[in-house]
Design a protein around this ligand. Structure first.
Ligand code: PGA
Length: 248
């Protein structure tokens, strides 16, 4: 049995003050929920504030990215040690927006995961196809390439996979539960063939998840949680997703 895992990816949203207001409102809404792992990934600037407010709560603190070097002359970058010093225990790597706008390749993603894992940070690896790739029936081929490139020479320990079809991100167009499960089942089968521990790894779905569709998505056998963007920016909406997932 895989424990449901709901993660908030705040992207480039929320100031320190907004982070504080959100967390103060959100924590009472999810108090006592232990059947779902809950994560919030604010911007780097808000990690300190979030860390202080989430201490001894049931919410895990995550970051949205990490660099593949340990330290040094890399202006603007953030190391695993810095994330750990903010009591961050998890990092999202390879989000499609990083791949699309910041030219992240599977090779870079692989180096970032290695650095995170070496420092014992848990990782949420994001993969998923574009609309053109889906329409050209290339979804599985794209997933194969992203999985083999991103997970090269890595075990599944400390890993979560987020399947996020790019056409569903921020568009209001959610994949149907069947489409999501088909991709998740394919990913799990790939992991079974290539790695140890495929049956215990959690696969989150991401792309326009909201309180209204989480129960439906979670009803699928291979959907173990969600990575949520837009609907994670309001405490009641994110709490609605968490409580929906708790029904699984
Ligand atoms: P969305 O974003 O929920 O706003 O579609 C999901 C994500 O990019 O992780």
């Amino acid at each position: 049995m895989r424990k449901p895992y709901i993660a908030a990816n705040w992207k480039m949203n929320m100031t320190n003050q907004e982070t504080e207001r959100f967390i103060n409102a959100f924590l009472p809404m999810v108090k006592g929920i232990t059947s779902v792992d809950i994560l919030i990934a604010p911007s780097f600037v808000s990690l300190g504030t979030a860390s202080r407010l989430l201490e001894s709560s049931n919410v895990i603190l995550g970051a949205q990215d990490v660099y593949f070097e340990e330290s040094g002359a890399y202006t603007g970058e953030i190391s695993p040690t810095m994330l750990l010093s903010a009591r961050c225990s998890c990092v999202i790597i390879g989000h499609s927006e990083r791949r699309q706008y910041f030219s992240e390749t599977d090779e870079i993603v692989n180096k970032k995961i290695k650095n995170a894992r070496k420092n014992n940070l848990e990782v949420i690896l994001c993969i998923g196809e574009s609309l053109e790739e889906r329409e050209a029936n290339r979804t599985f081929e794209v997933l194969d390439g992203q999985l083999s490139g991103s997970l090269k020479d890595l075990s599944l320990e400390g890993m979560t996979i987020a399947y996020e079809p790019i056409w569903a991100i921020g568009t209001g167009k959610t994949a149907s539960k069947e489409q999501a499960n088909e991709a998740h089942a394919y990913i799990r089968e790939w992991l079974r063939k290539n790695k140890e521990g495929a049956d215990s790894i959690r696969i989150q779905y991401g792309g326009s998840v909201k309180p209204e569709n989480i129960v439906d998505l979670m009803s699928q056998p291979d959907v173990d949680g969600a990575l949520v963007g837009g609907a994670s920016l309001k405490p009641d909406s994110f709490a609605g997703i968490v409580t929906g997932a708790a029904q699984k």
